[in-house]
Design a protein around this ligand. Structure first.
Ligand SMILES: [Zn+2]
Length: 419
């Protein structure tokens, strides 16, 4: 018995998370101490044309000692079909890092299903970024940061979740990377409209999507892609930088266990559903390489800097949302997120007792009810509110805006109105 266990411990622990659209296995590797309280998930190669992310995750897993104070799960390649074709998207042309709301791809569905089961405290999402961008080259600039980092930015993420606003995350990680000799900064980009901002607030990506749905701390790591002038030593350093960023993020989690709290149910509270990037007074000045000479120089990111995020609309969170049972496509998205609706007619006394209007009670007979008190139910507010900036109403194929039913989604109030 013990001999068999020894053999199991010595072998690399791995399992198959699921299958890609073309049937390739999505491999999951386990490392560290299976009994550790802290759970960290690392995901590489969501984008099939970023093979160095897979290598970095594999290096990190193989070097992590079994005595590490963390139980680590790692998916070096979430997009093996894209990697096979050296393309960004999966075999069906879906950008996986824009699919964490709809979950239309087999790969993202498999990942979410695992996250729901295993509940990591921290997810590290590893990418690479192109240093030569049109908006910069026009100004003779090339990005020279070894690494850019960011964390969740969507303001509807449950209270208490570690996000980019949290002082103890990004500044500390960037300092730690600096100590190891890497030039790193918070991810910043110039959009086609000339807006300089940090990473998107949209919940379609892994960072904001998982943080919203599960209250998980999420860290984006973007390593610089190679330039023609990079030496072999540069290449090795950039790969080591990706691996070190995963390590530093994991170490931060080990030393800050108090940061990981279970999000509280937001029913009755007000939650952000719309936001915008707010303009800063100053420019965003960072270090670049001169496109001609390769010499480093500080310069302002071209464009107007929108450095912070402002919530522009909140709603009071109801007890539940009711979705018309005719809206199969919407119900399927919710099911992929682990939300099973309760038939309105089966609810009866407990919940419907709080609804004063008999008309509404009758209407709900043809609806499925999704209580916001369900595990991770705060995400329903973002998904289902008609005015939600990043909700499901924005997808015409879900047919919510043109619904023939008068109300495809009904808010079920939190408290009985006084009579
Ligand atoms: Zn990427």
């Amino acid at each position: 018995m013990s001999e068999r266990h020894d053999k199991e411990a010595a072998a690399p622990r791995q399992e198959v998370l699921g299958l890609s659209e073309e049937g390739r296995p999505l491999c999951l590797f386990w490392a560290g101490d299976p009994a550790a309280h802290l759970r960290v998930l690392v995901v590489g190669e969501q984008h099939g044309d970023e093979p160095r992310t897979r290598s970095a995750v594999e290096h990190f897993v193989s070097a992590l000692p079994a005595t590490a104070a963390v139980c680590l799960a790692a998916v070096p390649s979430l997009n093996p079909d894209g990697a096979k074709r050296r393309q960004r998207t999966n075999a069906r042309g879906i950008d996986l890092n824009r699919d964490h709301l709809r979950l239309t791809a087999a790969e993202t569905r498999a990942l979410h299903s695992f996250v729901r089961r295993w509940r990591p405290h921290l997810v590290v999402d590893v990418h690479t970024y192109p240093p030569r961008r049109h908006t910069l080259l026009r100004h003779g600039l090339v990005h020279c940061h070894d690494l850019f980092l960011d964390a969740a930015t969507y303001p509807g993420v449950p209270r208490g979740t570690v996000t980019a606003r949290n002082e103890s995350l990004l500044p500390r990680l960037l300092t730690a990377l600096g100590v190891r000799g890497y030039l790193s900064g918070r991810y910043v980009v110039t959009t086609p409209t000339g807006k300089v901002r940090h990473s998107t607030t949209d919940i379609t990506n892994l960072r904001n999507g998982l943080a919203l749905r599960y209250g998980i701390a999420t860290l984006l790591v973007e390593g610089r892609e190679l330039l023609r002038r990079d030496t072999l030593a540069d290449r090795a350093r950039l790969l080591a930088g990706l691996r070190d960023a995963i390590e530093i993020g994991t170490e931060w989690a080990v030393h800050n266990p108090q940061m990981f709290k279970v999000p509280q149910c937001p029913t009755g509270k007000r939650m952000a559903i719309r936001c915008r990037h707010a303009r800063s007074d100053c420019a965003c000045t960072i270090l670049f390489h001169d496109a001609e000479t390769g010499v480093a120089r500080a310069a302002a990111m071209p464009g107007t800097y929108f450095g912070s995020i402002k919530t522009t609309r909140r709603v009071r969170v109801p007890a539940a949302y009711a979705v018309a049972s005719t809206h199969g496509a919407l119900l399927e998205v919710l099911r992929h997120h682990g939300f099973e609706g309760l038939p309105g007619r089966a609810i009866g006394a407990s919940m419907l007792a709080g609804i004063a209007a008999p008309g509404l009670r009758r209407t709900l007979q043809d609806y499925l009810l999704f209580p916001v008190t369900a595990d991770g139910g705060q995400a329903l507010v973002t998904y289902l509110e008609p005015r939600s900036k990043y909700g499901l109403w924005r997808y015409p194929d879900l047919g919510l805006a043109e619904s023939r039913a008068a109300d495809p989604v009904i808010r079920v109030p939190a408290e009985a109105p006084s009579q």
